[in-house]
Design a protein around this ligand. Structure first.
Ligand SMILES: O=c1ccn([C@H]2C[C@H](O)[C@@H](COP(=O)(O)O)O2)c(=O)[nH]1
Ligand SMILES: [Zn+2]
Length: 162
């Protein structure tokens, strides 16, 4: 046999795969989200997943979605995957980069994405697409000229042995 392998994964499969793998680090019992920021020349710049900030332990802060008191729900505390990926970056500017996300970014993440100069979003799931938060997100992103690309799933199962 000669020549290169033919069944290697595509760039999109690679980066969405990294976003999916990042999501597997999330402790959120209902929705695990992962993000992978990539340069224009396909270098991985940063990654993130949804979770509580440093110093806010996973075992003492609440993971509940609902409750009489919002103080005891996760929403006040969880840092979204996209924001974590942006904040995790230590290299300078993210201007012109792309972000692969397993879930379409909310309005707060959209603001951060726009302001740090990310120009393309490749997203897998859009399960909250009908909510005001995601509609507002799309409104801002479109207005700011950020390209929104649904990820075209290939159905390939990526297996890693660890
Ligand atoms: O843009 C987003 C939107 C949401 N997330 C995180 C925040 C939460 O941890 C979960 C959503 O939980 P639900 O139980 O599905 O409401 O997803 C994010 O990381 N990025
Ligand atoms: Zn968000």
């Amino acid at each position: 046999m000669s020549g290169k392998r033919q069944d290697y994964i595509s760039w999109d499969e690679y980066f969405m795969g990294v976003a999916e793998l990042s999501a597997m680090r999330s402790k959120d019992p209902s929705t695990q989200v992962g993000a992978c920021i990539v340069s224009q020349d396909n270098k991985i710049l940063s990654m993130g997943y949804n979770g509580f900030p440093k110093g806010c332990p996973d075992d003492t802060f609440p993971w509940e979605r609902e409750g009489d008191d919002p103080y005891e729900t996760k929403y006040f505390y969880s840092t979204h995957s996209e924001l974590n990926a942006i904040l995790n970056y230590r290299g300078g500017s993210l201007e012109g980069s792309k972000i692969y996300v397993t879930l379409f970014p909310c309005n707060e993440c959209a603001k951060a994405i726009i302001q740090c100069g990310i120009k393309t979003i490749i997203y897998a799931d859009d399960k909250y697409g009908d909510t005001a938060a995601v509609r507002a997100s799309k409104r801002m992103l479109r207005s700011a000229g950020v390209e929104l690309k649904p990820y075209k799933a290939t159905g390939r199962k990526l297996e890693v042995k660890v």
